[in-house]
Design a protein around this ligand. Structure first.
Ligand SMILES: NC(=O)c1ccc[n+]([C@@H]2O[C@H](COP(=O)([O-])OP(=O)(O)OC[C@H]3O[C@@H](n4cnc5c(N)ncnc54)[C@H](O)[C@@H]3O)[C@@H](O)[C@H]2O)c1
Length: 463
């Protein structure tokens, strides 16, 4: 089956899908590919991977469900600092799973092969490193690190332990991003010059004011452990625990939380290692609930020319007071078109090649000249440009939609477990994860310190 899939993907990879005619068979091809992917993932019943989730909050539940969608995966334990979530995990998954507030108890168990690290951002790196040192495979939620200073040590730990380690930016496994990557690399938009990407939201939940349980208190929450690795200690505060994203001590603001999805997708499509200059502005305009991170933030990021791509500029924006509800957008812009990944689930490729001849008339200075001059201009123009030069090359848009029911998080987990089973490289390793996270964290540094941040994307060091 694996050979079949390779053969199929090879055929698929070499066909450049630029016309609507060749697209008519796309849906059928997608179905075919889906079946092959599923078949490849069928495994024998004694080939179990036993997992534990550390951090059983919103994403802990989602990630665990996605992990369990992969055949042969079993949840045996979970850790969390709020008891209600451990009780809920037993209700949802299995009353017999082992639960604890102390993640080290999970790492000490010999019957666990892999852990999902879905805690608040402040614990991703420390727990991932401890887990790799204990011989576990690790799926770490994004952003890979809370601070840029943590990145190289985590990469070093992965190299030393050779642990299977994957970062959880599911766009990297998305079939739509893969198709966009193929088209981009086949030259579909010509020479890249800019990327515009954003998330818009317009609701309290979208702005991270999540529901707090009625029994939240210093007694039901492991508050000391939650802030154990922070230099600044606060007295117990339910907002800080259950809405940690709003505080820099535990979260990474809109940049670390959401820009990182955008950059992961952009780096995946373009093959980029990252930018060299980063500048961000921001402000707290509406959600003044005690948070110490902006609710509107914009960044301008410059990508230098490299062997992988031409130089391009990226603008990123998150707006939690967007006026338009929830939207997301990524536009990869080039000299011959644009790949528009807005609102997920697929993309549109708009080909727009400019004619050789510049044209005249319309919104132009042409009409402002005397008649004799206009005549002379037309004569000269006709001599200079052939009929072909004056034609705008017409190519229909390519519209790609993911197959019905497709879920990139499930796919990201399937890839992770495939790496554990077969030893193939993970799709999003520590280097990729750090190269996506660091420029986002640098956006925070730029905003809070009001300066341009220089970054060495190859050496992964601040300039
Ligand atoms: N890939 C995605 O699309 C995606 C989406 C949402 C969230 N996330 C990421 O998932 C992570 C979790 O986000 P969330 O919304 O689930 O947060 P959450 O607050 O709902 O859950 C976090 C949980 O981690 C637990 N925790 C914190 N420190 C711990 C520790 N030291 N030991 C054990 N448990 C600990 C907390 O008790 C809490 O229940 C974040 O890093 C976020 O960026 C990723």
């Amino acid at each position: 089956m694996a050979t079949d899939r390779r053969k199929f993907l090879k055929q698929f990879g070499t066909s450049v899908i630029l016309t609507s005619a060749s697209l008519s068979s796309l849906a059928a091809r997608e179905e075919h590919e889906k079946r092959i992917l599923q078949a490849e993932k069928r495994i024998s019943s004694n080939d179990k991977i036993r997992i534990a989730t550390i951090g059983m909050g919103i994403m802990g539940f989602n990630d665990t469900r996605a992990a369990l969608s992969v055949p042969g995966v079993e949840l045996v334990a979970c850790a969390d600092l709020y008891k209600g979530r451990l009780d809920r995990a037993k209700e949802v998954f299995n009353p017999n799973i082992f639960t604890t507030a102390d993640y080290r108890e999970i790492l000490n168990r010999k019957d666990i092969d892999a852990v999902i690290v879905a805690t608040s951002d402040n614990w991703h790196s420390a727990i991932s490193i401890d887990a790799m040192r204990k011989g576990k495979a690790v799926y770490s939620e994004k952003p890979m690190v809370h601070h840029i200073s943590e990145g190289l040590n985590e990469i070093k730990t992965q190299h030393e332990t050779k642990a299977v380690f994957q970062v959880g930016s599911q766009r990297v496994s998305s079939i739509a991003f893969k198709k966009a990557q193929e088209l981009y690399q086949a030259g579909a938009i010509g020479k890249i010059n800019a990327v515009e990407a954003s998330f818009s939201r317009h609701s309290a939940l979208g702005a991270w004011q999540y529901t707090i349980p009625l029994d939240a208190s210093a007694q039901t929450v492991g508050w000391d452990q939650f802030q154990a690795n922070s230099n600044i200690k606060h007295g117990y505060d339910s907002n800080r625990f259950f809405r940690w994203r709003n505080y820099r001590e535990y979260g990474t603001g809109v940049a670390g939380d959401l820009f990182v999805h955008l950059l992961s997708g952009i780096h995946f499509i373009t093959g980029s290692k990252g930018p060299d200059k980063i500048f961000a502005i921001g402000g707290l305009t509406y959600w003044k609930d005690g948070r110490n991170v902006p609710d509107v933030m914009s960044a301008v990021i410059s990508y230098p020319e490299t062997p992988e791509h031409a130089a391009f500029q990226t603008t990123l924006r998150v707006n939690f007071v967007s006026g338009e509800g929830e939207r997301s957008s990524t536009k990869i812009i080039g000299s011959e078109g644009v790949i528009d990944m807005s609102d997920g689930g697929g993309f549109t490729l708009q080909k727009n090649k400019m004619p050789v001849a510049p044209g005249y008339g319309g919104w132009d200075a042409f009409e402002t000249y005397p008649e004799a001059m206009q005549k002379a201009i037309v004569e000269e123009y006709n001599k200079k440009y052939s009929a072909a030069d004056r034609q705008t090359p017409k190519v229909d848009d390519v519209v790609y939609r993911e197959p019905e029911g497709y879920n990139d998080s499930n796919e990201h987990f399937a890839n992770f477990f495939d790496s554990m089973r077969t030893g193939k490289p993970v799709v999003e390793d520590a280097v990729f994860g750090f190269r996506a996270a660091a420029p986002c964290l640098a956006c925070n540094d730029s905003y809070f310190e009001n300066k341009i941040i220089k970054w060495d994307p190859v050496g992964m060091k601040l300039g």
